[in-house]
Design a protein around this ligand. Sequence first.
Ligand code: SF4
Ligand code: F3S
Length: 103
Amino acid sequence: AIDSNFEQNREQVGEEDGVAVWGPVEPPEKQGIRGTHVAVDFDICLADGACLEDCPVDVFEWVETPGHPESERKANPADEDQCIDCMLCVDVCPVDAIDVDPG
Ligand code: SF4
Ligand code: F3S
């Protein structure tokens, strides 16, 4: 599962389209965690898609990660600012790749 203390345990190594990137990032095998309020561990996500389907405010969008061992696309929390903290994505992800930190 994603480390809910990633902000303490990892370093932010950059930003992509306004979404924070938390290392380590060594493409294509290591993609890190994306997002802060809504965080997705790209190295755990296996592209199930339930988060994209179920989020009531469409926070997530697919990004391509060719060559990643788990899946070649990931759910990027592109519109995490829109999140209403319903926690649905956290509940539906089969591999616990998502952390939402209300407040
Ligand atoms: Fe969307 Fe709810 Fe997850 Fe926020 S907590 S990203 S609103 S599904
Ligand atoms: Fe990935 Fe979990 Fe969404 S596997 S696509 S973060 S439901």
